[in-house]
Design a binder for this molecule. Structure first.
Ligand code: ATP
Ligand code: MG
Length: 418
């Protein structure tokens, strides 16, 4: 029996990888330009990092984690998100002793046991950026500006930035009670999950996709009407700085985000091209996460971008396939040996070169050069080679020139590495 990949786990094949690398390289370039440094964190962590950090009564912790015991009986979890691990690393390595402010980013796979469908997988990739150690709303907008700038640079258009304030541990409990009272009167409308959420975490009901739940919550009180003066002030400043940065936003009082650790600013960037799985990226401030996992009072803000959803939105016309710079068509015997010398030399110079190893006819070799979309072909004929010459053909314009084999490298460097 043929062995297949696990459901919800994807291969990213060579014909797609160009897009991935472009996105990753662009993220690195832009984030580093904003003063961020890369951090690499483990795929596996102790389960309590996530259950405490993300919150027991969240969808992720309740039903989406890949949790198992290792051979010593420790409960471990494949990371469902990166923020908690990044915060753990910041505390564990006392990055704050050098400077309290750390601007970090991280790229890599996350794991969530969700129902696989378009735009929703069990292993998916995220690009994460976080700033630890600054509570000032200026940083909220710095992070949002970097995010929007990045999304535009990879070619996304028609994006909508939505923002909300989720309050803080001082004002949110009062809102929670208000919401609970409001929804208790309508609890007959709620699905089974939301009946439970009503007791454990009523804010989660905003995220429920069931229609009757959405109806029940339509006229619910808004968190932003309950936030304390400090949170209100923070939110007003965020809006002011967004305007200063020329960023258009809409207020979405129903956006609560899926993780318990968020406080104050929450944001999402959505694209209506994506259908129901429309959130490309989300983020927010989490001034309590560090309390939960390490008992320290350190503010943080950041975002996570879903790579698969981002890539599905990128413009189609852009070319990302790795085309060979050169295809060498050799005519057997001595020319084949010469071709082999050349290909090894060119590879050391970073010139992508393909060769026919089978000794096929010239016609069939040129067909393959076409199929691979090689930019140039070098035709090595017995006769020409005796004179130290070969024919270089531009595969796009079809023009040909005879060049000394010894000049090939310098000629190609000018043509393809510019
Ligand atoms: P959703 O509401 O779609 O479940 P989420 O709120 O769970 O998203 P976050 O935890 O904020 O998502 O993760 C940030 C981004 O990661 C999302 O905006 C999305 O692009 C991506 N993402 C989340 N879960 C998945 C998944 N199972 N498969 C693919 N991408 C995902
Ligand atoms: Mg989710």
């Amino acid at each position: 029996m043929e062995i297949k990949a696990i459901r919800g786990f994807n291969d990213i094949l060579p014909d797609e990888i160009g897009k991935w690398q472009f996105v990753e390289n662009t993220a690195r370039e832009i984030f580093e330009g904003f003063g961020f440094s890369e951090i690499r964190i483990p795929i596996l962590e102790r389960t309590e990092l996530f259950s405490r950090g993300i919150g027991e009564a969240t969808d992720i912790v309740e039903k989406e984690m890949y949790t198992f015991s290792d051979r010593s009986g420790n409960s471990l979890t494949l990371r469902p998100e990166a923020t908690a691990s990044m915060a753990r690393a910041y505390l564990e390595h006392q990055l704050y002793t050098f400077d309290p402010v750390a601007k970090l980013y991280c790229l890599g796979p996350m794991f969530r046991y969700e129902r696989p469908q378009k735009g929703r997988y069990r292993q998916f990739y995220q690009i994460d950026a976080e700033v630890f150690g600054v509570g000032n709303p200026m940083v909220d907008v710095e992070v949002i500006l970097m995010l929007i700038h990045f999304l535009r640079r990879v070619g996304l258009e028609k994006l909508e930035l939505q923002i909300n304030s989720l309050g803080c541990p001082i004002c949110r409990p009062r809102y929670r009670e208000e919401l609970k009272t409001f929804l208790t009167k309508r609890s007959f409308q709620l699905c089974e999950d939301c009946q439970r959420r009503l007791q454990t975490n009523p804010l989660r009901i905003f995220d429920c996709k069931v229609e009757t739940c959405q109806e029940a919550i339509a006229d619910a009180p808004k968190v932003s009407d309950f936030i304390c003066p400090e949170c209100q002030d923070h939110f007003e400043k965020v809006k002011k700085y967004l305007e200063m940065a020329g960023l258009v936003y809409i207020l979405n009082p129903r956006m609560v985000r899926g993780l318990d650790y968020y406080t104050r600013t929450a944001f999402e960037v959505v694209s209506y091209q994506l259908g129901s799985q429309n959130a490309v990226t989300g983020g927010g401030r989490y001034d309590n996460l560090f309390q939960e996992i390490g008992g320290m009072d350190i503010p943080g803000i950041g975002f996570a971008i879903g790579m698969e959803r981002l890539i599905s939105l990128m413009p189609k016309e852009k070319e990302f396939i790795q085309r060979p710079h050169l295809f060498i068509a050799a005519m057997g015997g001595e020319t084949q040996r010469e071709a082999y010398q050349i290909i090894n030399q060119l590879h050391l110079e970073g010139i992508r070169t393909e060769l026919d190893y089978e000794g096929k006819s010239l016609k069939s070799q040129m067909r393959r050069a076409d199929k691979l979309k090689a930019r140039y072909a070098l035709i090595l004929g017995e006769e020409e080679l005796k004179r130290g010459k070969a024919i270089l053909r531009n595969m796009e314009t079809k023009s040909q020139e005879e060049i000394p084999v010894g000049d090939l490298l310098s000629v190609l460097k000018k043509k393809v590495l510019l």
